[in-house]
Write a protein of this length. Structure first.
Length: 560
């Protein structure tokens, strides 16, 4: 690789590397992730700096991964002897290509896609961008092979200009960002190992995940000083099945599920209020009853889960609020069911006496339900582990529901019940705390760097607190207390097996992640494209300037 790019300008280097990365079908969960990791490792090993010391490029395998995915690391040591270090990180996987339809065979061919979209009359904005020549198309073009290419080019630059580097750079590229984030969670141990063995002091991490316009005509290039977190609150709903000929005497779990969904899905009252930030409401990702074939019996149970972004709130706060909402929903449904049965009985000349208790629906968190079962002398924890062993082939979310279902069956009463829990994936939130001196200084330096970049480039920047989508940077710091983490873990079925997160190691690491992303449009769509003038021209200089300023500012600082 070095021979192909050494004489190119940095803009041309990044475009060349991006095209080569796009051409590798590194779809999440496929062997292409391994191929891309191997390719990046080989490329880095051709750089003269790493040829002299090959041990500074290495791989880290993801434990128990069925296809052998891995992270790739490279370490660039400053001649200054400083311990201060900036982490460059980017993910290497992409989403699939089925959305390209009849252009699927060209989904990794940037030139073919550009030619196609130049003649594409169905989306004038896409056609205009293709005709401009300023955009590079293809799966992964913006999310995020171009971001990975920016880091590779800057790593090469600093390796050839060590006199400009007042501290160290740790480069890493991670697998599995688009699914379970196994790459970055695995990397935590390696980053901490280097911290201890090499005496490194991490100032910040810089991620290049893509940025995009927030509205039509949006002129801003967004810089994010943190990452939003994510929860997947899930609801196992157990009703009382009945024949359709006696439907009013049953408790329909699909009705409960629908009412919970109605109260939570896209509910702006459940979003956090943070000025100037793009704050997304919870949204339903899955709702289904558990019937597998036709019959005239009402469903016995139902599954429901939500995508729930967290910014400054904690998992405990979210769980408390959702439990409250679910209680309100179930109380209202019980009252309605009693009224409907009373009216039905009257119309049908049936006995009028109705016991309202027949429609009561218990609401509980998983943690509380486990304690309740244990108080009965039962062993829910062993049952939970047994379910994991027996149903390990299931999707992790379905396996969590299976655990809730089997625990419900342990209850001899088997009363109608909603069990609320968290399922994978979970991402912590990572943001700058302006009450901490280090974070305050870091934010000040970012503002100074962006002010300088704005004058030099005439770009319009906006500095925001939270990258509004999911990013690996979430896992580099932990803001929750031990009590708040316990509240999360206790309500997460078999988390140590299904979704292991090194909470203690993340807390020890405590690295803020700044997102300075490539700019483009339509990430995860077949019209995905990266804007070359900013992403290949302005951004690399901005990241290098940020790197130097931060390493210099913290070099002699006593702030920890």
């Amino acid at each position: 690789m070095y021979q192909q790019i050494k004489h190119l300008s940095i803009e041309k280097q990044i475009e060349y590397v991006t095209r080569q990365l796009i051409a590798i079908e590194s779809i999440n969960g496929t062997a292409g992730e391994v191929e891309l990791a191997n390719t990046v490792q080989r490329w880095l090993q051709t750089f003269p700096y790493f040829e002299k010391d090959p041990a500074n490029v290495w791989e880290q395998y993801i434990p128990n991964d069925s296809i052998g995915r891995k992270n790739i690391f490279a370490f660039l040591r400053s001649p200054s002897g400083s311990s201060k270090t900036i982490i460059y990180h980017a993910h290497m996987d992409t989403v699939g290509v089925d959305d390209f339809g009849n252009m699927k065979m060209h989904s990794l061919n940037s030139d073919a896609l550009e030619s196609y979209f130049k003649k594409y009359p169905f989306n004038q904005e896409v056609q205009k961008d293709a005709l401009s020549g300023d955009y590079l198309f293809g799966r992964g073009s913006v999310d995020m092979q171009s971001g990975l290419a920016v880091h590779i080019a800057n790593l090469l630059y600093f390796s050839e200009h060590l006199d400009e580097l007042p501290g160290n750079i740790l480069f890493m590229t991670n697998s599995d960002e688009e699914s379970q984030h196994k790459g970055v969670t695995t990397s935590i141990s390696e980053i901490n190992r280097l911290k201890k063995e090499e005496g490194l002091d991490y100032v910040a991490a810089i991620n290049t995940d893509f940025i995009t316009p927030m509205y039509k005509g949006d002129p801003h290039r967004y810089i994010y000083t943190g990452s939003a977190g994510k929860l997947l609150p899930s609801f196992y709903i157990y009703g009382r099945e009945t024949h359709v000929g006696d439907t009013l005497s049953g408790i329909d779990p699909t009705l409960i599920s629908s009412e919970i969904n109605r109260r939570i899905n896209n509910n702006l009252d459940l979003t956090e209020n943070i000025d100037g930030e793009l704050i997304l409401p919870p949204s339903c990702l899955y709702q289904k009853d558990t019937k597998t074939s036709y019959n005239v019996q009402t469903p016995k149970s139902s599954y429901l889960y939500f995508n729930y972004f967290i910014y400054e709130s904690t998992g405990k706060e979210v769980m408390d609020r959702l439990e409250e909402i679910t209680n309100e929903a179930c109380l209202q449904l019980a009252e309605t069911a009693a009224q409907q049965y009373g009216e039905f009985a009257e119309r049908s000349n049936l006995p009028a006496a109705v016991n309202n208790q027949r429609w009561n629906i218990e609401v509980t968190t998983l943690a509380d339900f486990i304690l309740k079962l244990e108080a009965m002398g039962l062993d829910p924890r062993s049952k939970s582990k047994q379910v994991v062993t027996e149903y390990r082939h299931l999707d992790e979310r379905m396996l969590c529901f299976k655990i809730a279902e089997e625990l419900q069956q342990l209850d001899p009463d088997k009363k109608p019940r909603v069990i609320i829990f968290f399922a994978p994936p979970y991402l912590p939130h990572n943001f700058l705390n302006e009450n901490k001196e280090k974070d305050k200084k870091l934010l000040q330096m970012i503002h100074e760097t962006i002010d300088h970049a704005s004058k030099e480039s005439n770009e319009v920047f906006s500095i925001n607190k939270f990258f509004p989508y999911l990013a690996d940077g979430s896992f580099l710091s932990l803001h929750e207390t031990d009590e708040e983490i316990s509240a999360l873990v206790d309500n997460f079925p078999e988390i140590e097996t299904l979704y292991p997160i090194p909470f203690n190691d993340i807390r020890k690491l405590d690295v803020p992640s700044i997102n300075m992303g490539v700019y483009g449009k339509d990430g995860h769509k077949w019209t995905e494209r990266v804007y070359k003038p900013y992403s290949f021209g302005v951004l690399p200089t901005l990241i290098r300037d940020t790197t130097v300023r931060l390493l210099t500012a913290f070099h002699d600082s006593q702030i920890k």
